[in-house]
Design a protein around this ligand. Sequence first.
Ligand SMILES: Cc1cc2nc3c(=O)[nH]c(=O)nc-3n(C[C@H](O)[C@H](O)[C@H](O)COP(=O)(O)OP(=O)(O)OC[C@H]3O[C@@H](n4cnc5c(N)ncnc54)[C@H](O)[C@@H]3O)c2cc1C
Length: 669
Amino acid sequence: MSKEMAVTTIKNRLPEEISSPVLTFTKNQVSSTIVRKAISDKNDNDDDDKKSSSSSSSWEIKNRPQDVNIADFLDTASFLFLKVLDTIDDAYTHLRRLQAEESYIDTSSTVVDCLEQWNDDTDPRPKLLVIGSGWASHACLKIVDSLDTGCRVLCVSTKNYFLFTPMLASSSVGTIEFRSIVEPIRDANPTVSFIEGSISDIDPTNQTACIILKSGTISEISYDVCVYACGVQAGGNGNSISKVPGVSFTNCHFLKDVSDALRLRISVGNLLERASRPGLTDNQRRNLLHFVVVGGGATGVEYIGELTDFLRDVTSKERKGAYALLSSFTSITLVHGGTEILPQFDKPLRTKAVTTLTDRGVDVRLNTRVAKVESPTLVKVYKKKDDDDSEQQQQQGEDGSVYKEEEIHCGIIVWAAGTAPVPLTYKLLDKLPLSTKQKSYQGRIPVDPWLRVTGSPPGTLFALGDASVIVSSTTSCDSYDGQLEDDDGDRKEQHQQHQQQEDYILPQTAQVAAQQGAYMARLLNRKYCLSGFTTLPEEENHAKESTSTSITARSRPPIHLAANDGDISSLVRLRGSVEAKPFRFLNLGLLAFLGGGEALSQIQFGGSSDGNSNGNGDGGGYKINEAGSTGFLLWRSVYIVKQVSTRTRVLVLFDWFKCKLFGRDVTRL
Ligand SMILES: Cc1cc2nc3c(=O)[nH]c(=O)nc-3n(C[C@H](O)[C@H](O)[C@H](O)COP(=O)(O)OP(=O)(O)OC[C@H]3O[C@@H](n4cnc5c(N)ncnc54)[C@H](O)[C@@H]3O)c2cc1C
C-alpha cells in the first residue's frame, strides 16, 4: 500500500476498529470506499493505518459508480430539494406572521377571554384545536397560518412550555439548568390562544373536546380540525407503567419530564449527603451510592453518560470535589434485557457504546431482565444462564433459555425501559370504530398516510408524534377502490399505490414528531380540503352521521379544490400536485451522549426510518458515523442548532461554559 494513500473498504472493517474515532459512509449495502490521505510517512502498513485513522487531517469519500443506485439517489435528492422548498415556504409564513404580530397584539379589539374568541361566530376562519405542547405541537404552532388568511388556533396543554427532551438527562445532573431547555409555548406563536389545562375527553363524531382547567372548571368546546399530539407517559397517577411488578413512582425514578429530572437531581444529592453521614459501614455507603439504570436505549445510556460525569466531578480528589472521600463507593449498573444496547445504532457504534461504558466502570448487564422491583433499593433480576457458553445456546429463543435470579441492592433505581400511552389516548381509542388489527399498535392511534385518525370523520381529527402510528391505507380504509370509479386514471393509480403500502411504523422520536407537526401546518396553510371530498357540505354532514364504516370507506387524500379546477397559481404553490403528498420522514440520524466528552453520532440522509432496519447496522441512506470526541462535537453542535429559540441556545452554551469552569452545583435547596 502506498505511503501517501491508504485505502480502506468499509465492508472489511471489523467492529473493533471503531475503538478509535472512525468515519464510515454507507450507501444501502456497504458500497462506499473511503480514501484517506495519509498524514504520516510512517503509515507503511494496514495496522499503522488503522492506528492513525483518528488523527487524519483530511477525508475524501468516493462512491464506486457501479454501486450507486441512481434511482435511490435521485429519489433522496429530489426529496431533499422539496424539503428545502418547504422550509422556504415555512420561513415565509413565519416572517409574515412576525410582521403581523405587532398589530395583532396592539389591536383594540383583542378579547382577553380566549374561549370567547374561539366561540365567536362572526369569525369565518376554521377552528383548529391543538392538544399538547411537545415536539409535534410546537412545530405545528410555529408555522401554522393563524392570521386572517389562516385558522383560529387554540392550543390546550397540561404544560405551558415546550421541553427540549434530548437534554433532559443533562439537566438531571446539573450540567445544564432546567430553565435553559424549556420555552414558553405562548412564545412559539403569540397569535395563537393558549389554555393551560387538560383535555379529558374528545368526541370525534360531534367534534367536541372537554377541557379541565387547573382551577377545576370544565368547559366543552367544538372544533373544525383537531390535532392530537399528547405523546406518551413514563407513568401516571401512581399506576405501574410496566408489566414488571413493583415499577411505580414510589420505587423508581423516570426521565420523561422536567419534574422527573428535578426529582432525580434531588434524590442523587440526598444519597450523596446520606452516604457522607458518620456511623455508616462501607457496605452501607456502597449500597447507597449504587445506581441502577434499567433500559439500554438512548435515554438510559445518556443518563448514565451524564451520571458518570457528575460522579467523577463531585467525587474527584484532584479537582477537590465536594464528595471526594466517597469516590471509591460509587458504582453504576446498567440492566438491559436485549443482547445489545442502543439497538437503533449501527453495529460498530453499538459495540463502541458498550466498550466506552465498561471502560468508565459501568457494569453493563446484557440479557438481563428485571423480575420485580421489591423496594426503592432492591431489584430482582434474572439473567440468561451461561451466556458465555456456546453461541448456539445464546441464540435459543426466550422460551428455551435458562435464567438465573439475582438480587441487586442499590440507592436508586432509574427506569428507562419503556413508555405507555397517556389515559386520554386509551379513551380516544375506545371511541373510535377500529378493527382488532387497527387496535394492535400498543396503544398508538392509527392514522392514514396523511395523519388523519382512522375511523374519525374525514379531515377533522389528526394524530401526530409518539401517540400515533401510520398504518397502510389498506388497514386504515378497507374499501378504498370503490370510491374511485369516477376518478381519472392517474389518481386511481396513485391511490392503488397508497393502498399497497405497508404500515409505516416510525420510531417515537422528536425528529418524527417535529416533522409531522410541520407537515400538518403545511396541509392547513396550503388550504387543502382535508377530507378529500369534493362533494357538497350537506353530503359531508350526512357522511358524518352515517356509520363509521362508510366514513372510513370515503377517505381520500386531501385535495386542493382550486388547483383541481385548474387554478395555475395554486398549482405552482403546490408544485403541480392537486393531491397532498402523504407524510414522508426524512431520517437525519441519531445521537447519543456517552459521557467523558464522548458521543455516538450517526448522521444520515434518507434510508430506513430507524436507520437500522435490517439489524445489521445498515438501514440504507447516506450515513456518516462518528464516535468518541468527534461524535461529541457533532452531538453538541447539533443540539445547539436544534434549540427552538435564541434564548435557550445562549443559555445552554452558557451552562456548558459554567459547568466547565465551576463544575456541577451540588447544593440541596
Ligand atoms: C429523556 C428523553 C430523551 C429523548 N431524547 C431524544 C433524542 O435525543 N432525539 C429524539 O429524536 N427524541 C428523543 N426523545 C423522544 C422525544 O422526546 C419524543 O419522541 C417527543 O417528545 C414526542 O413528541 P410529541 O409531541 O409526540 O409528545 P411530547 O413531546 O411528549 O408532548 C406531549 C404533550 O402533550 C401534553 N399532554 C399530554 N396529555 C394531555 C392532555 N390530556 N391534555 C392536554 N395536553 C396533554 C403534554 O403536556 C405535552 O406537552 C427523548 C425523550 C426523552 C423522555
